[in-house]
Design a protein around this ligand. Structure first.
Ligand SMILES: *[C@@H]1O[C@H](CO)[C@@H](O)[C@H](O)[C@H]1NC(C)=O
Ligand SMILES: *[C@@H]1O[C@H](CO)[C@@H](O)[C@H](O)[C@H]1NC(C)=O
Ligand SMILES: *[C@@H]1O[C@H](CO)[C@@H](O)[C@H](O)[C@H]1NC(C)=O
Ligand SMILES: *[C@@H]1O[C@H](CO)[C@@H](O)[C@H](O)[C@H]1NC(C)=O
Ligand SMILES: *[C@@H]1O[C@H](CO)[C@@H](O)[C@H](O)[C@H]1NC(C)=O
Ligand SMILES: *[C@@H]1O[C@H](CO)[C@@H](O)[C@H](O)[C@H]1NC(C)=O
Ligand SMILES: *[C@@H]1O[C@H](CO)[C@@H](O)[C@H](O)[C@H]1NC(C)=O
Ligand SMILES: *[C@@H]1O[C@H](CO)[C@@H](O)[C@H](O)[C@H]1NC(C)=O
Ligand SMILES: *[C@@H]1O[C@H](CO)[C@@H](O)[C@H](O)[C@H]1NC(C)=O
Length: 465
Protein backbone atom coordinates (compact mmCIF):
# COMPACT_ATOMS: atom_id res chain seq x y z
CA UNK A 1 0.00 0.00 0.00
CA UNK A 2 1.46 3.37 -1.02
CA UNK A 3 1.57 6.35 1.33
CA UNK A 4 -1.30 8.15 -0.42
CA UNK A 5 -3.57 5.15 -0.06
CA UNK A 6 -2.47 4.78 3.54
CA UNK A 7 -3.46 8.37 4.23
CA UNK A 8 -6.83 7.75 2.64
CA UNK A 9 -7.37 4.73 4.82
CA UNK A 10 -6.35 6.75 7.82
CA UNK A 11 -8.76 9.59 7.02
CA UNK A 12 -11.51 7.13 6.27
CA UNK A 13 -10.95 5.39 9.59
CA UNK A 14 -10.98 8.73 11.37
CA UNK A 15 -14.29 9.66 9.74
CA UNK A 16 -15.82 6.36 10.75
CA UNK A 17 -14.70 6.71 14.31
CA UNK A 18 -16.05 10.23 14.51
CA UNK A 19 -19.39 9.36 12.98
CA UNK A 20 -19.57 6.31 15.23
CA UNK A 21 -19.26 8.51 18.29
CA UNK A 22 -21.80 11.10 17.28
CA UNK A 23 -25.45 10.31 17.64
CA UNK A 24 -27.75 12.31 15.44
CA UNK A 25 -30.81 14.00 16.80
CA UNK A 26 -33.27 12.85 14.15
CA UNK A 27 -36.47 11.58 15.63
CA UNK A 28 -37.60 8.05 14.89
CA UNK A 29 -40.89 6.21 15.07
CA UNK A 30 -42.14 3.16 16.98
CA UNK A 31 -43.76 0.63 14.68
CA UNK A 32 -46.05 -1.38 16.96
CA UNK A 33 -48.07 -4.15 15.40
CA UNK A 34 -50.82 -4.88 17.92
CA UNK A 35 -53.61 -4.38 15.43
CA UNK A 36 -55.54 -6.81 13.23
CA UNK A 37 -56.09 -4.22 10.51
CA UNK A 38 -52.65 -2.74 9.88
CA UNK A 39 -51.02 -2.11 6.49
CA UNK A 40 -48.37 -4.49 5.18
CA UNK A 41 -44.73 -4.05 6.17
CA UNK A 42 -43.80 -2.64 2.77
CA UNK A 43 -46.63 -0.10 2.85
CA UNK A 44 -45.61 0.72 6.44
CA UNK A 45 -42.06 1.44 5.36
CA UNK A 46 -43.46 3.89 2.77
CA UNK A 47 -45.45 5.62 5.49
CA UNK A 48 -42.36 5.76 7.70
CA UNK A 49 -40.50 7.42 4.85
CA UNK A 50 -43.28 9.92 4.33
CA UNK A 51 -42.91 10.92 8.00
CA UNK A 52 -39.24 11.56 7.11
CA UNK A 53 -38.26 9.28 9.99
CA UNK A 54 -34.63 8.20 9.92
CA UNK A 55 -35.09 5.56 12.60
CA UNK A 56 -37.68 2.90 13.35
CA UNK A 57 -38.13 0.69 16.39
CA UNK A 58 -39.99 -2.62 16.21
CA UNK A 59 -41.03 -4.86 19.10
CA UNK A 60 -39.58 -8.08 17.72
CA UNK A 61 -37.39 -9.06 14.78
CA UNK A 62 -40.19 -9.65 12.30
CA UNK A 63 -38.50 -10.97 9.13
CA UNK A 64 -41.06 -9.39 6.79
CA UNK A 65 -40.48 -5.97 8.30
CA UNK A 66 -36.71 -6.39 8.22
CA UNK A 67 -36.90 -7.43 4.56
CA UNK A 68 -38.97 -4.33 3.79
CA UNK A 69 -36.27 -2.19 5.40
CA UNK A 70 -33.49 -3.64 3.24
CA UNK A 71 -31.33 -1.06 1.48
CA UNK A 72 -33.11 1.87 3.04
CA UNK A 73 -31.35 4.60 4.95
CA UNK A 74 -33.47 3.98 8.06
CA UNK A 75 -31.71 2.93 11.27
CA UNK A 76 -33.50 0.06 12.95
CA UNK A 77 -34.02 -1.02 16.53
CA UNK A 78 -35.10 -4.64 17.03
CA UNK A 79 -36.18 -6.44 20.18
CA UNK A 80 -35.74 -9.78 21.91
CA UNK A 81 -39.22 -10.90 23.05
CA UNK A 82 -39.75 -10.91 26.83
CA UNK A 83 -40.51 -14.63 26.87
CA UNK A 84 -37.01 -15.56 25.65
CA UNK A 85 -35.12 -13.67 28.32
CA UNK A 86 -34.92 -16.47 30.92
CA UNK A 87 -33.44 -18.91 28.40
CA UNK A 88 -31.05 -16.38 26.92
CA UNK A 89 -29.84 -15.38 30.36
CA UNK A 90 -28.94 -18.98 31.14
CA UNK A 91 -27.48 -20.13 27.85
CA UNK A 92 -24.87 -18.52 25.62
CA UNK A 93 -25.82 -21.05 22.97
CA UNK A 94 -29.46 -19.89 23.05
CA UNK A 95 -28.30 -16.28 22.79
CA UNK A 96 -25.95 -17.06 19.90
CA UNK A 97 -28.78 -18.84 18.09
CA UNK A 98 -31.10 -15.88 18.49
CA UNK A 99 -28.54 -13.50 17.04
CA UNK A 100 -27.68 -15.94 14.29
CA UNK A 101 -31.32 -16.27 13.23
CA UNK A 102 -32.59 -12.74 13.78
CA UNK A 103 -29.65 -10.41 13.21
CA UNK A 104 -26.95 -12.01 11.07
CA UNK A 105 -29.08 -12.64 7.93
CA UNK A 106 -30.18 -8.98 7.80
CA UNK A 107 -27.24 -7.06 9.16
CA UNK A 108 -25.50 -6.43 5.85
CA UNK A 109 -28.57 -4.87 4.15
CA UNK A 110 -30.57 -3.48 7.05
CA UNK A 111 -29.11 -0.77 9.26
CA UNK A 112 -29.80 -2.54 12.56
CA UNK A 113 -28.27 -0.27 15.19
CA UNK A 114 -30.06 -1.09 18.44
CA UNK A 115 -30.98 -4.41 19.96
CA UNK A 116 -33.32 -4.08 22.90
CA UNK A 117 -33.63 -6.99 25.28
CA UNK A 118 -37.30 -7.24 26.28
CA UNK A 119 -39.82 -4.46 26.77
CA UNK A 120 -40.44 -2.78 30.14
CA UNK A 121 -39.30 -5.92 31.95
CA UNK A 122 -38.91 -4.12 35.28
CA UNK A 123 -42.64 -3.29 35.24
CA UNK A 124 -43.58 -6.88 34.46
CA UNK A 125 -45.22 -8.61 37.45
CA UNK A 126 -43.06 -11.67 36.78
CA UNK A 127 -40.28 -10.53 39.09
CA UNK A 128 -38.18 -13.61 38.35
CA UNK A 129 -37.38 -12.24 34.90
CA UNK A 130 -36.03 -9.01 36.40
CA UNK A 131 -32.92 -10.81 37.52
CA UNK A 132 -32.45 -12.51 34.16
CA UNK A 133 -32.45 -9.19 32.33
CA UNK A 134 -28.87 -7.98 32.69
CA UNK A 135 -27.36 -11.47 32.26
CA UNK A 136 -29.37 -11.76 29.01
CA UNK A 137 -28.12 -8.35 27.84
CA UNK A 138 -24.53 -9.43 28.49
CA UNK A 139 -24.98 -12.67 26.57
CA UNK A 140 -26.56 -10.90 23.59
CA UNK A 141 -23.62 -8.48 23.50
CA UNK A 142 -21.21 -11.43 23.53
CA UNK A 143 -23.12 -13.08 20.69
CA UNK A 144 -22.89 -9.93 18.59
CA UNK A 145 -19.17 -9.63 19.25
CA UNK A 146 -18.68 -13.28 18.25
CA UNK A 147 -20.25 -12.44 14.92
CA UNK A 148 -18.00 -9.40 14.69
CA UNK A 149 -21.04 -7.10 14.80
CA UNK A 150 -19.93 -3.89 16.47
CA UNK A 151 -22.38 -1.25 15.32
CA UNK A 152 -25.32 -2.51 17.37
CA UNK A 153 -25.89 -1.09 20.85
CA UNK A 154 -27.57 -3.41 23.34
CA UNK A 155 -30.08 -1.94 25.78
CA UNK A 156 -33.51 -2.44 27.29
CA UNK A 157 -36.41 0.01 27.51
CA UNK A 158 -37.71 0.86 30.97
CA UNK A 159 -41.01 2.45 31.93
CA UNK A 160 -40.78 5.65 33.97
CA UNK A 161 -41.95 3.77 37.04
CA UNK A 162 -38.44 2.37 37.44
CA UNK A 163 -38.11 5.65 39.35
CA UNK A 164 -39.65 5.84 42.81
CA UNK A 165 -39.14 9.58 42.90
CA UNK A 166 -38.96 11.98 39.99
CA UNK A 167 -39.81 15.25 41.70
CA UNK A 168 -38.04 17.55 42.11
CA UNK A 169 -35.87 16.29 39.22
CA UNK A 170 -32.75 16.39 41.40
CA UNK A 171 -34.48 13.92 43.72
CA UNK A 172 -34.72 11.35 40.87
CA UNK A 173 -34.22 7.92 42.45
CA UNK A 174 -34.58 4.38 41.17
CA UNK A 175 -37.02 2.04 42.94
CA UNK A 176 -35.39 0.39 45.92
CA UNK A 177 -36.55 -3.10 44.86
CA UNK A 178 -34.40 -2.93 41.70
CA UNK A 179 -31.86 -0.21 42.33
CA UNK A 180 -28.98 -2.27 43.70
CA UNK A 181 -29.87 -5.65 42.28
CA UNK A 182 -30.81 -4.84 38.68
CA UNK A 183 -30.27 -1.18 37.79
CA UNK A 184 -26.74 -0.90 39.09
CA UNK A 185 -25.39 -3.87 37.12
CA UNK A 186 -27.37 -2.63 34.11
CA UNK A 187 -25.79 0.82 34.30
CA UNK A 188 -22.39 -0.79 34.63
CA UNK A 189 -23.07 -2.78 31.45
CA UNK A 190 -24.41 0.27 29.58
CA UNK A 191 -21.46 2.39 30.65
CA UNK A 192 -18.91 -0.25 29.69
CA UNK A 193 -20.47 -0.86 26.28
CA UNK A 194 -21.16 2.85 25.68
CA UNK A 195 -24.81 2.12 25.16
CA UNK A 196 -27.86 4.11 26.25
CA UNK A 197 -30.36 4.03 29.06
CA UNK A 198 -33.61 3.58 27.11
CA UNK A 199 -36.68 5.06 28.76
CA UNK A 200 -40.35 5.23 27.78
CA UNK A 201 -41.91 8.40 28.95
CA UNK A 202 -45.18 10.19 28.67
CA UNK A 203 -45.75 13.68 30.08
CA UNK A 204 -49.43 13.03 29.21
CA UNK A 205 -49.82 10.49 32.03
CA UNK A 206 -47.79 12.54 34.52
CA UNK A 207 -49.94 15.55 33.72
CA UNK A 208 -53.29 13.76 33.78
CA UNK A 209 -52.57 12.23 37.19
CA UNK A 210 -51.70 15.65 38.52
CA UNK A 211 -53.64 18.07 36.34
CA UNK A 212 -54.72 20.26 39.23
CA UNK A 213 -51.05 20.94 39.82
CA UNK A 214 -49.41 20.96 36.38
CA UNK A 215 -50.67 23.18 33.60
CA UNK A 216 -51.52 21.55 30.29
CA UNK A 217 -49.39 24.11 28.48
CA UNK A 218 -46.40 23.11 30.60
CA UNK A 219 -46.90 19.50 29.49
CA UNK A 220 -47.30 20.54 25.83
CA UNK A 221 -44.19 22.82 25.73
CA UNK A 222 -46.50 25.81 25.31
CA UNK A 223 -46.17 27.52 28.69
CA UNK A 224 -45.08 31.11 28.32
CA UNK A 225 -45.15 32.03 31.99
CA UNK A 226 -44.85 28.85 33.97
CA UNK A 227 -41.45 27.79 35.21
CA UNK A 228 -40.36 25.50 37.99
CA UNK A 229 -37.07 25.94 39.81
CA UNK A 230 -35.65 22.81 41.39
CA UNK A 231 -34.59 23.76 44.94
CA UNK A 232 -31.91 21.07 44.89
CA UNK A 233 -30.03 22.52 41.91
CA UNK A 234 -31.59 25.91 41.17
CA UNK A 235 -32.11 24.72 37.61
CA UNK A 236 -35.19 26.29 36.03
CA UNK A 237 -37.60 24.20 33.98
CA UNK A 238 -40.00 25.43 31.32
CA UNK A 239 -41.67 22.13 30.44
CA UNK A 240 -42.56 18.76 31.94
CA UNK A 241 -40.52 16.77 29.42
CA UNK A 242 -37.25 18.28 30.67
CA UNK A 243 -38.27 17.70 34.26
CA UNK A 244 -38.94 14.01 33.67
CA UNK A 245 -35.81 13.57 31.57
CA UNK A 246 -33.56 15.15 34.19
CA UNK A 247 -35.10 12.98 36.92
CA UNK A 248 -33.66 9.99 35.01
CA UNK A 249 -30.30 11.72 34.67
CA UNK A 250 -30.16 12.46 38.40
CA UNK A 251 -31.23 8.92 39.31
CA UNK A 252 -28.32 7.50 37.29
CA UNK A 253 -25.95 10.04 38.77
CA UNK A 254 -27.04 9.00 42.26
CA UNK A 255 -25.86 5.47 41.47
CA UNK A 256 -22.51 6.75 40.22
CA UNK A 257 -23.18 6.91 36.47
CA UNK A 258 -23.49 10.55 35.42
CA UNK A 259 -22.24 9.90 31.88
CA UNK A 260 -24.68 7.38 30.42
CA UNK A 261 -26.70 8.84 27.59
CA UNK A 262 -30.48 8.66 27.70
CA UNK A 263 -32.43 7.43 24.69
CA UNK A 264 -36.18 8.02 24.66
CA UNK A 265 -37.51 4.68 23.51
CA UNK A 266 -41.11 5.91 23.48
CA UNK A 267 -42.80 9.24 23.89
CA UNK A 268 -46.03 10.61 22.49
CA UNK A 269 -49.47 11.90 23.31
CA UNK A 270 -52.76 10.08 22.67
CA UNK A 271 -55.06 11.43 19.95
CA UNK A 272 -58.14 10.04 21.69
CA UNK A 273 -59.28 7.97 24.65
CA UNK A 274 -62.12 7.10 26.99
CA UNK A 275 -64.49 9.81 28.23
CA UNK A 276 -62.67 10.20 31.52
CA UNK A 277 -59.28 10.51 29.82
CA UNK A 278 -59.32 14.25 29.39
CA UNK A 279 -56.61 15.94 27.34
CA UNK A 280 -56.36 13.01 24.90
CA UNK A 281 -57.16 14.54 21.52
CA UNK A 282 -55.70 15.18 18.08
CA UNK A 283 -54.95 18.83 18.80
CA UNK A 284 -52.82 18.06 21.86
CA UNK A 285 -51.23 15.05 20.19
CA UNK A 286 -50.12 17.18 17.24
CA UNK A 287 -48.94 19.97 19.54
CA UNK A 288 -46.90 17.66 21.76
CA UNK A 289 -45.35 15.60 18.99
CA UNK A 290 -44.45 18.61 16.84
CA UNK A 291 -42.95 20.40 19.82
CA UNK A 292 -40.91 17.33 20.81
CA UNK A 293 -39.56 17.09 17.27
CA UNK A 294 -38.77 20.80 17.23
CA UNK A 295 -37.00 20.58 20.57
CA UNK A 296 -34.98 17.47 19.74
CA UNK A 297 -34.07 18.30 16.14
CA UNK A 298 -33.07 21.94 16.64
CA UNK A 299 -29.44 22.74 15.82
CA UNK A 300 -27.52 23.81 17.84
CA UNK A 301 -28.70 21.08 20.16
CA UNK A 302 -30.80 22.28 23.10
CA UNK A 303 -30.63 19.45 25.64
CA UNK A 304 -32.16 19.92 29.10
CA UNK A 305 -31.33 22.12 32.10
CA UNK A 306 -29.16 19.38 33.62
CA UNK A 307 -27.62 18.41 30.27
CA UNK A 308 -27.54 21.51 28.07
CA UNK A 309 -26.36 20.83 24.53
CA UNK A 310 -26.71 17.06 24.89
CA UNK A 311 -28.38 15.22 21.99
CA UNK A 312 -31.55 13.34 22.95
CA UNK A 313 -32.30 10.57 20.48
CA UNK A 314 -35.94 9.49 20.53
CA UNK A 315 -38.67 7.38 19.00
CA UNK A 316 -42.20 8.79 18.86
CA UNK A 317 -44.96 6.40 19.82
CA UNK A 318 -46.49 5.34 17.51
CA UNK A 319 -46.89 4.72 13.80
CA UNK A 320 -50.49 3.44 14.04
CA UNK A 321 -53.51 3.41 16.29
CA UNK A 322 -53.37 -0.25 17.40
CA UNK A 323 -56.79 -1.76 18.08
CA UNK A 324 -55.55 -4.82 19.97
CA UNK A 325 -53.62 -3.07 22.71
CA UNK A 326 -55.06 -3.77 26.16
CA UNK A 327 -55.71 -1.07 28.73
CA UNK A 328 -57.68 2.17 28.69
CA UNK A 329 -58.76 3.79 25.40
CA UNK A 330 -55.69 5.99 25.07
CA UNK A 331 -53.53 2.87 24.62
CA UNK A 332 -55.15 2.20 21.27
CA UNK A 333 -54.92 5.82 20.06
CA UNK A 334 -51.33 6.95 19.94
CA UNK A 335 -50.89 6.69 16.18
CA UNK A 336 -49.69 9.23 13.69
CA UNK A 337 -51.71 7.16 11.19
CA UNK A 338 -55.04 5.37 11.27
CA UNK A 339 -54.83 1.71 10.27
CA UNK A 340 -56.15 2.61 6.81
CA UNK A 341 -53.02 4.69 6.22
CA UNK A 342 -54.73 8.09 6.51
CA UNK A 343 -52.74 10.47 8.70
CA UNK A 344 -54.20 11.38 12.10
CA UNK A 345 -52.11 14.53 12.12
CA UNK A 346 -49.55 16.20 9.92
CA UNK A 347 -45.95 15.87 11.14
CA UNK A 348 -42.41 15.94 9.75
CA UNK A 349 -40.10 13.98 12.03
CA UNK A 350 -37.00 15.43 10.38
CA UNK A 351 -37.76 18.71 12.13
CA UNK A 352 -37.31 20.66 8.90
CA UNK A 353 -40.92 21.87 8.83
CA UNK A 354 -41.36 24.87 11.14
CA UNK A 355 -44.48 24.89 13.32
CA UNK A 356 -45.96 27.53 11.03
CA UNK A 357 -45.43 25.18 8.10
CA UNK A 358 -48.25 22.82 9.13
CA UNK A 359 -51.17 24.07 7.11
CA UNK A 360 -53.99 21.59 7.66
CA UNK A 361 -56.32 22.84 10.41
CA UNK A 362 -56.53 20.70 13.56
CA UNK A 363 -59.85 19.92 15.24
CA UNK A 364 -60.09 22.13 18.33
CA UNK A 365 -59.86 20.24 21.63
CA UNK A 366 -63.14 19.72 23.48
CA UNK A 367 -61.98 17.50 26.35
CA UNK A 368 -59.12 19.36 28.02
CA UNK A 369 -61.06 19.50 31.30
CA UNK A 370 -62.00 16.44 33.36
CA UNK A 371 -65.40 14.99 32.40
CA UNK A 372 -67.93 16.02 35.04
CA UNK A 373 -70.83 13.60 34.54
CA UNK A 374 -71.43 9.95 35.40
CA UNK A 375 -69.80 7.09 33.52
CA UNK A 376 -70.55 3.41 33.09
CA UNK A 377 -68.41 0.55 31.86
CA UNK A 378 -69.94 -1.78 29.27
CA UNK A 379 -68.87 -4.52 26.88
CA UNK A 380 -67.15 -3.06 23.83
CA UNK A 381 -68.38 -3.55 20.27
CA UNK A 382 -67.07 -6.69 18.62
CA UNK A 383 -65.59 -8.03 21.86
CA UNK A 384 -64.66 -11.71 21.74
CA UNK A 385 -67.53 -13.60 23.45
CA UNK A 386 -65.48 -16.28 25.12
CA UNK A 387 -63.01 -13.71 26.43
CA UNK A 388 -65.97 -11.65 27.75
CA UNK A 389 -67.21 -14.75 29.61
CA UNK A 390 -63.82 -15.07 31.30
CA UNK A 391 -63.75 -11.36 32.13
CA UNK A 392 -67.28 -11.57 33.60
CA UNK A 393 -66.18 -14.40 35.88
CA UNK A 394 -63.06 -12.51 36.88
CA UNK A 395 -64.96 -9.28 37.67
CA UNK A 396 -67.47 -11.21 39.78
CA UNK A 397 -64.67 -12.91 41.72
CA UNK A 398 -63.15 -9.58 42.77
CA UNK A 399 -65.78 -8.40 45.24
CA UNK A 400 -68.21 -10.33 47.44
CA UNK A 401 -71.22 -8.39 46.22
CA UNK A 402 -70.03 -7.19 42.79
CA UNK A 403 -72.39 -9.48 40.90
CA UNK A 404 -75.27 -9.96 43.39
CA UNK A 405 -77.78 -8.17 41.16
CA UNK A 406 -77.24 -10.51 38.20
CA UNK A 407 -77.94 -13.68 40.20
CA UNK A 408 -81.20 -15.56 39.36
CA UNK A 409 -84.22 -13.76 40.76
CA UNK A 410 -82.37 -10.46 41.26
CA UNK A 411 -83.16 -7.16 39.48
CA UNK A 412 -80.56 -7.41 36.73
CA UNK A 413 -80.81 -11.16 36.02
CA UNK A 414 -83.11 -10.67 33.05
CA UNK A 415 -82.49 -10.41 30.17
CA UNK A 416 -80.17 -13.41 30.55
CA UNK A 417 -77.58 -12.19 28.09
CA UNK A 418 -73.82 -12.18 28.14
CA UNK A 419 -73.74 -8.55 27.01
CA UNK A 420 -76.03 -7.31 29.81
CA UNK A 421 -74.59 -9.48 32.56
CA UNK A 422 -71.01 -8.62 31.67
CA UNK A 423 -71.82 -4.92 31.26
CA UNK A 424 -73.42 -4.92 34.71
CA UNK A 425 -70.42 -6.75 36.20
CA UNK A 426 -67.94 -4.38 34.53
CA UNK A 427 -69.78 -1.27 35.81
CA UNK A 428 -70.17 -2.75 39.26
CA UNK A 429 -66.50 -3.77 39.42
CA UNK A 430 -65.34 -0.35 38.23
CA UNK A 431 -67.54 1.54 40.70
CA UNK A 432 -66.26 -0.62 43.56
CA UNK A 433 -62.57 -0.80 42.71
CA UNK A 434 -61.76 2.45 40.90
CA UNK A 435 -60.51 4.03 44.11
CA UNK A 436 -57.83 1.35 44.42
CA UNK A 437 -56.79 1.44 40.78
CA UNK A 438 -59.46 -0.65 39.04
CA UNK A 439 -59.98 0.45 35.44
CA UNK A 440 -62.64 -0.02 32.81
CA UNK A 441 -60.59 -1.99 30.36
CA UNK A 442 -60.72 -5.81 30.75
CA UNK A 443 -58.03 -6.14 28.09
CA UNK A 444 -59.90 -3.98 25.67
CA UNK A 445 -63.18 -5.89 26.05
CA UNK A 446 -64.82 -2.96 27.86
CA UNK A 447 -65.49 0.65 27.05
CA UNK A 448 -66.82 3.59 29.03
CA UNK A 449 -70.10 5.26 28.15
CA UNK A 450 -71.91 8.42 29.24
CA UNK A 451 -75.27 6.84 28.42
CA UNK A 452 -76.86 5.19 31.46
CA UNK A 453 -77.41 1.51 30.57
CA UNK A 454 -79.86 1.03 33.48
CA UNK A 455 -83.34 -0.30 32.69
CA UNK A 456 -86.48 -0.99 34.72
CA UNK A 457 -85.52 -2.44 38.10
CA UNK A 458 -81.88 -2.72 37.14
CA UNK A 459 -79.69 0.20 38.17
CA UNK A 460 -76.09 0.03 36.95
CA UNK A 461 -73.49 1.40 39.40
CA UNK A 462 -71.75 4.48 37.98
CA UNK A 463 -68.45 6.26 38.40
CA UNK A 464 -67.84 9.98 38.63
CA UNK A 465 -64.30 10.75 37.45
C1 LIG B 1 -36.36 -22.60 27.00
O1 LIG B 1 -35.52 -23.71 27.01
C2 LIG B 1 -36.17 -24.91 27.38
C3 LIG B 1 -35.11 -26.00 27.52
O2 LIG B 1 -34.27 -25.97 26.42
C4 LIG B 1 -37.23 -25.26 26.32
O3 LIG B 1 -37.91 -26.41 26.68
C5 LIG B 1 -38.19 -24.09 26.24
O4 LIG B 1 -39.13 -24.32 25.19
C6 LIG B 1 -37.48 -22.79 25.97
N1 LIG B 1 -38.42 -21.68 26.08
C7 LIG B 1 -38.65 -20.84 25.08
C8 LIG B 1 -39.62 -19.73 25.35
O5 LIG B 1 -38.08 -20.92 24.00
C1 LIG C 1 -37.35 12.33 47.29
O1 LIG C 1 -37.38 10.92 47.05
C2 LIG C 1 -37.68 10.13 48.17
C3 LIG C 1 -37.69 8.68 47.77
O2 LIG C 1 -36.64 8.36 46.95
C4 LIG C 1 -39.03 10.49 48.71
O3 LIG C 1 -39.27 9.75 49.90
C5 LIG C 1 -39.08 11.99 49.01
O4 LIG C 1 -40.39 12.33 49.39
C6 LIG C 1 -38.69 12.79 47.79
N1 LIG C 1 -38.61 14.20 48.13
C7 LIG C 1 -39.48 15.08 47.66
C8 LIG C 1 -39.25 16.50 48.05
O5 LIG C 1 -40.41 14.77 46.93
C1 LIG D 1 -18.07 4.75 32.94
O1 LIG D 1 -17.31 4.79 31.74
C2 LIG D 1 -16.33 5.81 31.73
C3 LIG D 1 -15.76 5.90 30.34
O2 LIG D 1 -15.44 4.65 29.86
C4 LIG D 1 -15.31 5.53 32.79
O3 LIG D 1 -14.34 6.55 32.80
C5 LIG D 1 -16.01 5.48 34.14
O4 LIG D 1 -15.09 5.12 35.16
C6 LIG D 1 -17.15 4.50 34.12
N1 LIG D 1 -17.92 4.65 35.35
C7 LIG D 1 -18.05 3.68 36.23
C8 LIG D 1 -18.78 4.03 37.48
O5 LIG D 1 -17.65 2.56 36.04
C1 LIG E 1 -47.80 20.73 43.35
O1 LIG E 1 -47.53 19.61 44.16
C2 LIG E 1 -46.37 19.73 44.96
C3 LIG E 1 -46.12 18.40 45.63
O2 LIG E 1 -47.29 17.86 46.14
C4 LIG E 1 -46.58 20.86 45.94
O3 LIG E 1 -45.45 20.99 46.77
C5 LIG E 1 -46.80 22.14 45.16
O4 LIG E 1 -47.07 23.19 46.03
C6 LIG E 1 -47.96 21.98 44.18
N1 LIG E 1 -48.00 23.13 43.31
C7 LIG E 1 -49.11 23.79 43.05
C8 LIG E 1 -48.99 24.92 42.10
O5 LIG E 1 -50.17 23.48 43.56
C1 LIG F 1 -48.78 35.27 31.75
O1 LIG F 1 -49.19 35.58 33.08
C2 LIG F 1 -49.96 36.77 33.18
C3 LIG F 1 -50.20 37.10 34.64
O2 LIG F 1 -50.42 35.91 35.38
C4 LIG F 1 -51.25 36.59 32.39
O3 LIG F 1 -52.02 37.76 32.47
C5 LIG F 1 -50.91 36.29 30.94
O4 LIG F 1 -52.08 36.03 30.22
C6 LIG F 1 -49.97 35.11 30.85
N1 LIG F 1 -49.53 34.96 29.48
C7 LIG F 1 -49.57 33.80 28.85
C8 LIG F 1 -49.08 33.81 27.45
O5 LIG F 1 -49.94 32.77 29.38
C1 LIG G 1 -29.93 28.45 44.96
O1 LIG G 1 -29.98 29.85 44.96
C2 LIG G 1 -30.13 30.41 46.25
C3 LIG G 1 -30.32 31.92 46.11
O2 LIG G 1 -29.40 32.45 45.20
C4 LIG G 1 -28.90 30.06 47.09
O3 LIG G 1 -29.04 30.56 48.40
C5 LIG G 1 -28.78 28.53 47.16
O4 LIG G 1 -27.61 28.14 47.84
C6 LIG G 1 -28.75 27.93 45.76
N1 LIG G 1 -28.83 26.47 45.87
C7 LIG G 1 -28.06 25.66 45.14
C8 LIG G 1 -28.28 24.18 45.31
O5 LIG G 1 -27.24 26.07 44.34
C1 LIG H 1 -59.44 6.18 7.64
O1 LIG H 1 -59.90 5.96 8.96
C2 LIG H 1 -60.27 7.14 9.64
C3 LIG H 1 -60.61 6.77 11.08
O2 LIG H 1 -61.46 5.69 11.14
C4 LIG H 1 -61.43 7.81 8.91
O3 LIG H 1 -61.80 8.99 9.58
C5 LIG H 1 -61.00 8.12 7.49
O4 LIG H 1 -62.07 8.66 6.77
C6 LIG H 1 -60.49 6.87 6.79
N1 LIG H 1 -59.92 7.26 5.51
C7 LIG H 1 -60.20 6.61 4.39
C8 LIG H 1 -59.53 7.10 3.15
O5 LIG H 1 -60.95 5.66 4.38
C1 LIG I 1 -61.30 -15.34 22.00
O1 LIG I 1 -60.81 -15.48 23.33
C2 LIG I 1 -60.34 -16.78 23.65
C3 LIG I 1 -59.89 -16.77 25.10
O2 LIG I 1 -60.90 -16.42 25.95
C4 LIG I 1 -59.19 -17.14 22.74
O3 LIG I 1 -58.78 -18.47 23.02
C5 LIG I 1 -59.62 -17.02 21.29
O4 LIG I 1 -58.50 -17.23 20.47
C6 LIG I 1 -60.19 -15.64 21.01
N1 LIG I 1 -60.69 -15.58 19.65
C7 LIG I 1 -60.36 -14.62 18.80
C8 LIG I 1 -60.99 -14.68 17.45
O5 LIG I 1 -59.58 -13.72 19.10
C1 LIG J 1 -65.22 -10.65 51.10
O1 LIG J 1 -65.61 -11.29 52.29
C2 LIG J 1 -64.55 -11.75 53.09
C3 LIG J 1 -65.13 -12.53 54.27
O2 LIG J 1 -66.23 -11.85 54.79
C4 LIG J 1 -63.70 -10.55 53.53
O3 LIG J 1 -62.60 -10.99 54.31
C5 LIG J 1 -63.19 -9.84 52.30
O4 LIG J 1 -62.46 -8.66 52.66
C6 LIG J 1 -64.34 -9.45 51.38
N1 LIG J 1 -63.77 -8.91 50.14
C7 LIG J 1 -64.19 -7.78 49.58
C8 LIG J 1 -63.47 -7.36 48.34
O5 LIG J 1 -65.10 -7.12 50.03
Amino acid sequence: MGPVAAIHVFIFALLISISGAVISSEVGINYGQLGNNLPSPSRSVELIKSLKAKRVKIYDANPDILKSLKNTDIQVSIMVPNALIPNISKSQYFSDQWVKTNVVPYYSDVKIRYLLVGNEILTNPDTGTWFNLVPAMRRIKISLTRHNIRKIKVGTPSAINVLESSFPPSNGTFRSDISGTVIKPMLQFLNRTKSFFFIDFYPFFAWSENAHNISLDYALFNAQNVTYTDPGTNLTYTNLFDQMFDAVVFAMKRLGYPGIRVFIAETGWPNGGDFEQFGANIYNSATYNRNVVKKLATIPVIGTPAQPGVVIPAFIFSLYNENQKPGPGTERQFGLYYPNGTEVLEIDLSGKTPLSGYKKPLPLPTNNEPYKGKLWCIVAKEANRSAVKDALAWACSQGNTTCDKIQPGKGCYKPVSLFWHASYAFSSYWAEFKKIGGVCSFNGLATTTVKDPSFGQCKFPSVTP
